[in-house]
Design a protein around this ligand. Structure first.
Ligand code: BF8
Ligand code: SF4
Length: 649
């Protein structure tokens, strides 16, 4: 329960969340913001990463007096092993998500997709070409089946490198090969990393750390990339779409359904089902004005970027959404769904319904989604929400008014079209703008929100500083939702804040200076964009030479650790808003913050203050620009993006 000194505005950035957090205290509801206070004293062995419970001779904790565990493992071994296990968990989460998509894709290719089908033939054909699958004169089903089998094989390859790695710049692939960290099949990487961190196996922290990056690469250039590719084929490649964000998207007079989690398949069907006339009538008969479908976290991002379905909030707003008292049903799938949800919901009329057999929570109802009758099943689920509308207690309802407009859906294809037009889609204008210095560089801001920090604070301050200073920002996950709520995803308001060079380029193209690229698996799209920049030419021959930085400002998930590691292994420096649990080993710290620079051309930097992070980023970008010889003063030239002509003024 909130204590006396609890101030909502110190915990969250936006007014809608402040108001709802105050309501939580009034309603006597515990949230992550109050629970974090009771978890205030963090175990130093935990944060240092020097508690080992890998075998039952332990747990062992490293201290000055006891510098070794029972088996003789020192701090370096223990820290590195614990860290690798976190990275494995991140890989597993993203890749199991990908596996479910590929299995569904295979069913579709075999003609057993039921309500699912190949929605984007172009995406299928271009993926087939990337993987060198013969497609000329072949039906899309045949091509799809070959592709599905190839992608399924990516999980089980034993002694062959992941095929998806070939989507990286050649030089990058060479770096990984020379270091011996080219990953084999995804499942093998998970098993091998768990084996190597078992008691009495891999003890040399340097060897373990190399496996850290190998494991992470199997995510960024494996599982996550596969998830994005297959989602685009099955559900459509995102292109810019308008929508709204924050708790104010909930309807006062409509039945509110929130989807929450990460896997988009069920939500895609829900998007169809809520538009069904039978459902609309059913909702009206129940005394409502219709159904509002909105989302939380990355399931929200998935249906936002493809259908413009509004986003009710990011990770830390999942409980707040229920506390508005206006949510009939929250449908959860996998990842980032707090186990507290049923307890919070029990104070209101909200029903929490889990839909994945992988993810059940005590107190939540479970719905067995019938794949064979997906649309009917989705309608049944929506009817549960509509039936629950009558139980909404008007005295408990307070929906904040904030619902900021936004534009999202910047897949790499969409960016290419925006830059070059339909007939010569290309990254050339972007590369040129970077070379000329109108755009100083690219920064990917990704990851979560974390109740140990004020929600969205770091993300919003940093984003605004970067945009003001002519840096093009790309976003995914909860960081993207933070910008949406701040109005930074609308071309109009964001452009007003942009520096002159960036504004000039964005105005010429009609693009906002902050691009929402999707969910967390879509961080692979940032790698894809980096590859496009390299292939376009003029900014080096591997990703590490591009003036680009990744930032995980408010991260909390193991998935974020894996993402950060594959960014660094792909040559992108990463700024962390707070450190990993590794401070118990100086050597592991040095490995991550310094040695990686020699290995990959990029390393980690911890900056707990967003202004500090901004300065560090600009320094990194300047350094890259200098190396490329493009750090000269910008000549005042107007750049006509449509004609790709430079006009001297
Ligand atoms: O996968 S950013 S809190 S929702 S882990 Fe989770 Fe973090 Fe949000 Fe999407 Ni990503
Ligand atoms: Fe202790 Fe070694 Fe067992 Fe870890 S593996 S718990 S350090 S004995």
């Amino acid at each position: 329960m909130a204590n006396e000194s609890f101030k909502a505005e110190d915990r969250v950035w936006d007014d809608a969340s402040v108001a709802t957090l105050i309501k939580a205290a009034e309603d006597g509801i515990d949230t992550c913001f109050s629970r974090v206070d009771s978890q205030k004293n963090r175990c130093k062995f935990g944060t240092d990463g020097i508690c080992c419970r890998i075998c039952h001779m332990g747990p062992c904790r490293i201290t000055k007096k006891a510098p070794k565990g029972v088996c003789g493992a020192d701090a370096d071994t223990i820290v590195a092993r614990n860290f690798l296990r976190e990275v494995v968990a991140g890989l597993a989460a993203h890749s199991d998500h990908a596996r479910h998509l590929v299995l569904r894709f295979k069913k579709v290719a075999e003609g057993n997709g039921n309500s699912f089908q190949i929605k984007d033939e172009r995406a299928l054909r271009s993926a087939a070409r990337l993987y060198k699958i013969e497609e000329n004169g072949r039906s899309s089903e045949h091509v799809a089946l070959d592709l599905a089998n190839l992608l399924l094989n990516e999980f089980s390859l034993q002694e062959e490198s992941l095929k998806t790695l070939c989507l990286a710049p050649e030089k990058q692939q060479g770096i990984w090969k020379n270091l011996g960290i080219t990953p084999y099949g995804i499942d093998r990487m998970v098993v091998e990393s768990m084996h190597r961190t078992n008691m009495g196996v891999d003890h040399d922290y340097r060897n373990i750390m190399l496996q850290v990056f190998r494991t992470a690469l199997a995510d960024g250039w494996g599982g996550s990339r596969i998830a994005s590719i297959v989602s685009d084929i099955l559900f459509g490649t995102p292109s810019p779409v308008r929508s709204r964000s924050n708790l104010g998207v909930l309807g006062a007079e409509t039945v509110n359904i929130l989807v929450h989690g990460h896997e988009p398949a069920l939500s895609e069907i829900l998007v169809l089902a809520v538009q069904d006339p039978e459902i609309i009538q059913y909702a009206k008969d129940a005394g409502s004005k219709g159904v509002t479908l909105a989302g939380i976290c990355c399931t929200a991002n998935e249906i936002l970027i493809r259908h413009g379905i509004p986003v009710a909030g990011n990770f830390l707003q999942q409980e707040l959404a229920i506390i508005t008292g206006a949510v009939e049903v929250m449908i959860t799938d996998v990842q980032c769904c707090m186990p507290s949800l049923p307890e919070v919901a029990s104070a209101y009329h909200t029903q929490i319904i889990s839909t994945s057999d992988l993810a059940k929570t005590i107190g939540a109802a479970h719905f067995n989604f019938d794949d064979d009758k997906a649309l009917d099943s989705a309608k049944d689920l929506i009817k549960i929400a509509i039936d629950n509308f009558k139980n909404r207690d008007p005295d408990k309802v307070a929906i904040p008014s904030a619902a900021k407009p936004l534009v999202a859906g910047f897949s790499v294809d969409a960016i290419k079209y925006m830059l070059g037009g339909k007939f010569r889609a290309s990254f050339r204008p972007l590369n040129d703008a970077i070379i000329q210095g109108r755009i100083k560089g690219l920064v990917g801001i990704v990851g979560c929100s974390n109740p140990r920090e004020r929600m969205d604070n770091y993300t919003n301050i940093l984003t605004s500083e970067l945009v003001k200073n002519n840096v093009l920002v790309v976003k995914t996950g909860c960081a993207a939702i933070a910008s949406a709520k701040e109005g930074m995803l609308t071309p109009e308001s964001a452009l007003a804040q942009a520096g002159p060079g960036l504004r000039e380029v964005c105005e010429a193209i009609g693009m906002p200076p902050v691009l929402h690229m999707g969910s967390c698996v879509d961080n692979s799209r940032i790698l894809e964009a980096g590859t496009e920049v390299v292939l376009e030419g003029g900014l080096g021959d591997d990703i590490s030479q591009i003036p680009a930085v990744g930032v995980a400002p408010e991260w909390m998930s193991e998935k974020a650790i894996t993402i950060a590691c594959y960014f660094v292994a792909s040559g992108i420096d990463v700024i962390l808003g707070h450190p990993f649990f590794i401070s118990g080993s100086e050597k592991v710290g040095k490995y991550l913050n310094e040695d990686t620079k020699d290995l990959f051309g990029a390393s980690f930097h911890v900056c707990e203050d967003p202004h500090e992070a901004f300065k560090r980023i600009m320094k990194i970008l300047e350094k890259s620009r200098k190396k490329l010889g493009i750090n000269k003063k910008v000549e005042r030239k107007l750049y006509d993006m449509k004609d790709r002509r430079e006009l001297d003024v």
